[in-house]
Design a protein around this ligand. Structure first.
Ligand SMILES: [Zn+2]
Length: 308
């Protein structure tokens, strides 16, 4: 049964307006139409009802994070950039031995990169609902918990907790943040990357389809304003909040629009992410976002948090 009034997962108020309706224009995993609401109180955009019963359907076998693109040049450049970036983050941690948790980390490939970047990393843990990823993660030396982070029980505490493109996918984002706060070693860092609704492309593509919705897989989408509210509610302090490039969202938005105008074709067997236009369009907007990042709000937030 449908809830009578959708209520905001961040501030729990029910004064909301419809933001738009969307379908899965990226993977075509279902034919359903989903409604996204905007909370007038805290600026969060959220899906309602949350399609939590459809997980197996809405994450099809060709979903990008299940498909390994190891070894090609783009992957290697990305790995090199990630390693440089993560190395910088790790210099802020003074502990001699570092425990790292990657929430929603899949096979633990980011932990692989981290281990190469800093020899102080002595324990690595993945918490992920994906049962397929466990064997690979364990083979690469990571402890693996199959389930949500809220279900994860351990005596270990972590110096670094990664939640990269995770918080927008979960049903109870506040519970996830509270749990992460609890698992944090004093002085530890939580790193979050998540879409930003307060951006050009979100406004530009709102009426057609904005890729940041990743419909129906993104359930709660923040702006700086709404993220500050949820972080405070979880007892977390924002050390640094910056904007980072949202090139894939531009590409999803544009390719979905071209498909709907019947200029190109994408379907369940040929999802947007595998269309040949995806790479060049992403590259173009990565460059655009790189240029305008110093003075504009791009469509992803990058946030560094500690416990209050
Ligand atoms: Zn709200």
């Amino acid at each position: 049964m449908k809830p009578i009034t959708p209520h905001c997962p961040v501030c729990h108020q029910s004064s909301v307006g419809t933001w738009n309706q969307a379908k899965d224009y990226e993977y075509y995993s279902t034919d359903e139409t989903y409604t996204y609401y905007h909370c007038t109180g805290c600026d969060t955009i959220f899906i309602d009802p949350v399609p939590v019963e459809q997980l197996r359907k809405i994450y099809p076998a060709n979903y990008y994070s299940f498909v390994n693109g190891k070894g090609n040049l783009v992957t290697r450049i990305k790995e090199w950039l990630d390693r440089r970036f993560l190395k910088k983050i790790l210099t802020g941690i003074t502990a001699e031995k570092i425990n790292v948790l990657d929430v929603g980390g899949g096979t633990g490939w980011i932990l692989d990169v981290l281990k190469k970047a800093d020899s102080r990393i002595s324990f690595t843990q993945v918490a992920d609902i994906d049962e397929q990823a466990q064997a690979i993660a364990e083979k690469n030396g990571h402890a693996y918990f199959q389930g949500t982070v809220e279900q994860f029980e351990t005596d270990k505490r972590f110096h670094l907790i990664l939640m990269l493109n995770l918080i927008e996918h979960v049903q109870f984002p506040l519970d996830v943040l509270k749990k992460a706060a609890q698992l944090l070693e004093p002085g530890g860092i939580i790193l979050i990357k998540t879409p930003n609704t307060d951006s050009w492309d979100a406004r530009l593509f709102r009426k057609s389809y904005w890729g940041g919705l990743h419909c129906p897989r993104h359930w709660t989408i923040f702006s700086e304003k709404s993220f500050r509210i949820i972080a405070a509610a979880a007892g977390l302090r924002i050390e640094k909040l910056e904007y980072t490039q949202g090139a894939p969202f531009w590409a999803f938005s544009i390719i979905a629009a071209l498909t709907r105008k019947k200029i190109i074709r994408t379907d369940a067997n040929h999802p947007v992410i595998f269309h040949w236009l995806f790479a060049p369009v992403s590259a173009f907007f990565a460059l655009l976002d790189f240029i305008r990042r110093p003075f504009a709000k791009t469509s992803q937030l990058f946030i560094r948090l500690t416990r209050e």
